[in-house]
Design a protein around this ligand. Structure first.
Ligand SMILES: [Cu+2]
Length: 452
């Protein structure tokens, strides 16, 4: 029996815990964590790393930082000065954008009104790390192609005030061959039932560069901090597992831990979780999800098997310094409105009827807290991302979020209206765009100017 068939049988039986047989070692590859980037600066408050972007394969096209996919994990703490020396070993220009990190505009890695790093060139990115969280880095030049080819990695900013977990798991998800026809990538034995909607296709998901499912082994009684990134160009990741406990989102700790049944990571999203290991393992399943309507009808796909060695009582959660706080009130006005429109039929995606780079540039001032309303009038979800600043979700279709959410990437559903309060604290011409990278490259991008 294939691994796939075996797991589907398990799901169909409604069983969520692991039976004693067959031996798990025979079924799945062990999870490999992405290697860290060595810190070349001995000073305690400075981190300096080197990244070289290179082509590692021609067909299929593969790029990598330092030969790794995902790229090296850059690790620092709040207050550190980070220096990243980029060497562009590609035959094309590139940049590095620091997704979710508040950086000076000149360090943001966009080529809007500036030059990218030419082929063979070098650039040193330098900035101070102001906020803790799980961030990521990727090119912002020919973005759809360069990210899809493998240029991405985690940037983790630790808060020394937080208690350490017993272990840490980093999970970088990507969807390989996202644009392949669905008939090409159905697993063996699947009857080939057509999935409804774009993104409902059986794209092959990878975990830290390996085809899932992968297996991770921990010990009973351990508290494990789990950091996840959806680095896919277009794939939404709806994940579920027993005991799901979310502790952080895009921008660090949530006001309090949350225990939803399912968490949806849009492209560009990060989230952190706690695994409180007890006596039984469990499986992280991906639920089918479409850009054109959310959950779809197809089988769940196991991505990560968590195995527990030395079963013991599950531990109490970490005493993390959750900030608390309720959502801010949604005022009866908007300072800015972005209307998302377009369609796959035309291949044109627009914000306020405009196609990047022919866009109107709105402006706000440093320290203002403008209210932005995002109206999606298209038949596709769009994950909205803005550079250089964080934002708080004020309401979704008129209702406040269930808890205070500070984000840098927010999914905007079909015909949905999402209102956010922007926190511009750095001057610059910041890109604001859909993080479905084909949509961004097809024009769904604008610029918000922040005046000093
Ligand atoms: Cu979009």
């Amino acid at each position: 029996m294939s691994r796939w068939t075996w797991t589907l049988g398990l799901l169909a039986a409604g069983c969520t815990t692991r039976p004693a047989a067959p031996p798990v070692e025979a079924r799945v590859a062990p999870l490999a964590l992405p290697a860290p980037a060595p810190d070349l600066d001995p000073a305690p408050d400075a981190v300096r790393v080197r990244l070289t972007a290179e082509r590692t394969s021609e067909a299929p096209l593969r790029y990598a930082y330092n030969g790794q996919r995902p790229g090296p994990v850059i690790r620092a703490k709040v207050g550190d000065r980070l220096t990243v020396e980029l060497t562009n070993g590609l035959a094309a220009p590139t940049t590095i954008h620091w997704h979710g990190v508040q950086v000076p505009w000149a360090m943001d890695g966009v080529s809007w009104m500036g030059a990218p790093v030419p082929a063979g060139g070098q650039f040193s990115y330098e900035f101070n790390l102001l906020h803790p969280g799980t961030f990521w880095y990727h090119p912002h030049f020919d973005t759809e192609k360069q990210v899809d080819a493998g240029l991405y990695g985690l940037l983790i900013v630790d808060d020394p005030a937080e208690p350490a977990a017993d272990d840490e798991v980093l999970l970088v998800f990507d969807a390989d061959d996202e644009h392949r026809p669905a008939t090409d990538d159905l697993p063996d034995g699947d009857p080939g039932r057509p999935a409804h909607g774009h993104g409902g296709r059986a794209a092959r998901w990878t975990v830290n560069g390996e085809a899932g499912p992968v297996q991770w082994t921990g010990r009973g009684g351990q508290r494990v901090r789990v950091r996840m990134l959806n680095a896919s160009n277009t794939g939404y990741l709806a994940l579920t597992w027993p005991g799901l406990r979310q502790i952080a989102g895009d921008q660090g700790l949530l006001p309090a831990p949350q225990t939803p049944d399912v968490v949806v990571l849009a492209p560009g999203d990060r989230a952190e979780f706690e695994w409180l290991l007890g006596r039984e393992g469990f499986t992280l399943d991906r639920l089918p999800w479409s850009l054109n309507g959310g959950r779809t009808y197809a089988e769940a796909e196991p991505l990560v098997d968590v195995v527990v060695e030395a079963p013991a009582d599950a531990p109490a959660p970490l005493a993390l310094p959750y900030p608390g706080g309720a959502p801010s009130a949604d005022p009866p006005y908007s300072d800015l409105i972005y209307t998302f429109s377009g369609s796959d039929r035309t291949g044109v995606w627009l914000i306020n009827g405009e196609r990047f780079p022919d866009v109107t540039i709105d402006s706000v001032a440093v320290g203002q807290r403008p209210v932005l309303e995002i109206r999606n009038v298209s038949a596709s979800h769009h994950p909205f991302h803005i550079h250089g600043m964080r934002f708080e979700i004020l309401s979704i279709d008129g209702a406040p979020p269930p808890y205070r959410r500070v984000e840098d990437t927010i999914d905007v559903g079909i015909r949905q209206r999402v209102r956010v309060q922007l926190w511009p604290d750095e001057p610059g011409d910041w890109m604001a765009h859909c993080h479905l990278l084909p949509h961004a490259d097809d024009g769904m991008m604008t610029v918000l100017r922040v005046r000093p």
